[in-house]
Ligand binder design. Structure first.
Ligand code: SF4
Length: 207
């Protein structure tokens, strides 16, 4: 299904908010539909969504695009500092569960933690939690010196993984993120210019 049909479908349901998620994957196991680190399939798809979204005078909210345009409310875009733990239905406490797509038990603390036997506050005070929390910020030189770091944030930690250098990589979606950020910026600049020109010609016709 194309982005236009998908967008119109969600609008027709009357929903106020939708989100589009990048598929799980990393540098060793590329996400579904991505040919290589340098390919740009997700960015190209999102570009079409941006065009229809910004043209709509009464759009539904799309979290991933709003996170690039305004301020991030979820990990994966912008400079975020979320401390994430997950509590499973049996009470097991884990780190960010998205990490488990990288390798077995990547989301587990070294000790078996459970909400029935452990205090969350002690988990938050632990060194292991602090290390997992620090993963929010990218460590690769490429990200640290990237002019889009403030908008991209290095993507989600799981997308940075490789067995060779662990999380010390840019996101496997780096090219997609750069593409979509540049596209949004160009579109917004275009809209701004149009508005300025419209306002100038209105003022001229009034004088
Ligand atoms: S993942 Fe790529 S675009 Fe994002 S901050 Fe790192 S280098 Fe920049």
């Amino acid at each position: 299904m194309k982005f236009k049909e998908i967008y119109n479908f969600f609008k027709s349901t009357g929903t106020k908010n939708v989100d589009f998620l990048y598929r799980d994957g990393n540098h060793d196991k590329l996400p579904y539909g991505k040919a290589s680190f340098d390919s740009n399939e997700y960015g190209t798809w999102l570009q079409g969504l941006v065009d229809i979204y910004l043209k709509d005078k009464n759009p539904i909210k799309i979290r991933i695009l709003d996170d690039y345009i305004r301020r991030s409310i979820k990990e994966g875009a912008g400079i975020t500092d979320f401390g994430i733990v997950v509590i499973d239905t049996d009470g097991t406490i884990t780190k960010n569960d998205t990490l488990k797509s990288n390798f077995s038990r990547a989301d587990r603390f070294s000790e078996q933690l459970n909400i029935k036997t452990h205090e969350l506050v002690d988990v938050f005070k632990s060194e292991e939690f602090a290390l997992s929390h620090m993963l929010q910020r990218p460590t690769s030189e490429k990200c640290k010196t990237c002019q889009e770091l403030y908008v991209c944030g290095g993507g989600m930690p799981l997308h940075r993984w490789s067995a060779k250098s662990e999380y010390n990589n840019p996101s496997v979606y780096c090219r997609d993120q750069l593409h979509i950020i540049n596209h949004i910026r160009a579109k917004l600049q275009h809209i701004l210019n149009e508005n300025i020109n419209a306002s100038l010609s209105k003022n001229r016709s009034c004088n």
